[in-house]
Design a protein around this ligand. Structure first.
Ligand code: NAP
Length: 278
């Protein structure tokens, strides 16, 4: 490494679990870039100082993860359209003038993963069922609405959170109680789990997929484990199932380009590098 090393990282609390360094370091090695990407654990009380210090420390930028995405949204000097729409920032880029640009690449990552995992899938062709109303669900809802989805059917344990997400985003979002899941599936083209259910250490997502049409796609954005019980149930029914790891990889690609100046290829090699280390 030289003195001109390019630096980026991921800010979160905690951040020990983050797979982002694995991804960015894989691409740095692949493209022979003199750089590094590090974990930046930042506890409450220090996050604004951490954001402000990026430029002074010579960082090109940083990804931002739980729980700091909204704080980054508030702190950024400028915001891209996706960040404004989602109301959260997952990528801070130090611009030429030293200002911090807040971007959000989660919606892009979600759609790019769906398109590569289910070739030919058209989000504008049929309603989508979206489970969850947290930060990730918000990015998924924006992606689906912006891709022309005729109706996003939103279901969440806490109905009030789903209602506020729907009213914040506007557009064709309909909130349903969890008890109505089967009815929402009948003519749906897509079902997405954007809750943390099914993740290692969390309760399973109990759902019966029998009402989904045969051509529907099922996507779980949870990627630990890679094959969640939801995806296994979808495959058992003969439905197309798309795991969540591709979303993580695709959201990282535009961030890598912003930090290191080159758009990395999302291919089988980067995916298997991550799968081996999940
Ligand atoms: P979040 O903001 O904390 O939202 C959590 C969501 O899960 C809420 O809708 C919450 O419902 C629901 N939930 C949690 N525990 C539940 C339970 N016991 N029963 C029913 N619902 C429950 O988290 P997030 O940032 O949106 O992340 C959600 C998941 O997506 C996580 O597993 C995360 O790892 C994954 N993710 C993946 C990617 C990717 O690149 N693949 C990107 C971002 C996130 P309530 O509103 O009722 O609490």
């Amino acid at each position: 490494m030289s003195d001109a090393i390019r630096l980026a990282g991921v800010i979160g609390h905690p951040v020990a679990h983050s797979r982002s360094p694995l991804l960015h370091r894989f691409w740095l090695r692949r493209y022979g870039i003199d750089g590094d990407y590090v974990k930046l654990p930042v506890a409450p009380g220090g996050v604004r100082a951490a954001f402000a210090g990026l430029a002074a420390l010579g960082f090109r930028g940083a990804n931002v993860t739980v729980p700091w995405k909204i704080e980054a949204f508030r702190f950024a000097d400028r915001l891209d359209r996706a960040a404004r729409r989602i109301g959260a920032v997952n990528t801070l880029v130090v611009a030429q003038d030293g200002r911090l640009e807040g971007r959000n690449t989660d919606a892009h990552g979600f759609l790019a993963n769906l398109r590569s995992g289910a070739p030919g899938f058209d989000p504008s062709a049929a309603p989508a069922v979206l489970l969850g109303a947290g930060g990730a669900a918000r990015a998924v809802a924006v992606a689906l609405l912006d891709a022309g989805c005729p109706e996003v059917r939103l279901l969440n344990r806490t109905v009030a959170s789903a209602d506020s997400l729907a009213s914040a985003l506007g557009g064709p979002i309909t909130v349903f109680p969890m008890t109505e899941t089967a009815r929402t599936m009948l003519d749906a083209g897509l079902l997405v789990n954007a809750t943390s259910l099914g993740m290692s250490g969390q309760p399973a997502l109990e759902i019966d997929l029998s009402a989904l049409p045969a051509g529907a796609v099922v996507n779980d954005i949870v990627y630990t484990p890679l094959e969640t019980p939801l995806l296994a149930a979808a495959r058992a029914r003969g439905l197309r199932a798309v795991d969540g790891l591709g979303m993580l990889i695709h959201q990282a690609a535009p961030a890598f380009e912003a930090f290191f100046g080159l758009r990395p290829e999302v291919d089988a090699a980067v995916r298997s590098h991550l799968v081996d280390r999940l």
